[in-house]
Design a protein around this ligand. Structure first.
Ligand SMILES: [Zn+2]
Ligand SMILES: [Zn+2]
Length: 181
């Protein structure tokens, strides 16, 4: 079993990177990613397979990560496991002395990060990509039936007796309004 790596192992000297390609196959400690707030957890460490290579003065990062998430389905409220494959694609450019970050962002793009002190830190882009991959409404499956709005039974399993008269609640309101008049 390989040991997981921390922040220090994700810092690279630009001087080393400019001489040639560096291949990475790392297990990133799950403690590097604070996802608790999202209601999602990591079942284990994150596998990163990537390469860093120079392109003129820039350092290009390409690769992918496998993230072992444990999510709670927004429809049936059950937790489920999913291994997300997340692509990584980023460019690191030297921060020019005296130039404001805003001016630099103008001429670059959203995928460009700046490095300082001769070191490239790939952790921020890894974190951003993991956080961005977390769905707003996780679903255990595309066609999860969720729970019955009336009795709360899980409609994926045994279901309940209300399932057969599955009526849009808005129509229900109309029906009862008409019944009263
Ligand atoms: Zn579900
Ligand atoms: Zn029901």
């Amino acid at each position: 079993m390989s040991e997981c790596v921390g922040e220090k192992e994700l810092l690279f000297k630009v001087a080393d990177l400019l001489t040639g390609k560096v291949e990475l196959d790392l297990l990133l400690c799950r403690t590097l990613f604070d996802v608790a707030e999202t209601g999602i957890s990591l079942r284990g460490d994150v596998r990163l397979t990537a390469e860093l290579k120079p392109r003129r003065e820039d350092i290009i990062l390409t690769g992918s990560m496998t993230v072992p998430f444990e999510m709670v389905c927004s429809r049936c409220l059950k937790s489920y496991k999913v291994d997300s494959l997340i692509e990584l694609d980023g460019t690191f450019r030297a921060k020019v002395e005296g130039e404001g970050v805003e001016e630099m962002l103008d001429e670059s793009g959203p995928d460009i990060s700046f490095y300082e002190s001769g070191k490239v830190d790939i952790l921020p882009i890894i974190r951003d990509n993991i956080y961005l991959s977390i769905p707003m409404k996780p679903l255990c499956s595309e066609d999860c039936q969720g729970v019955c709005p009336r009795c709360g039974a899980d409609r994926n399993g045994m279901g309940c007796s209300c399932v057969s008269e599955d009526i849009d609640p808005r129509l229900e309101v109309l029906k009862s309004l008409r019944g009263n008049s």
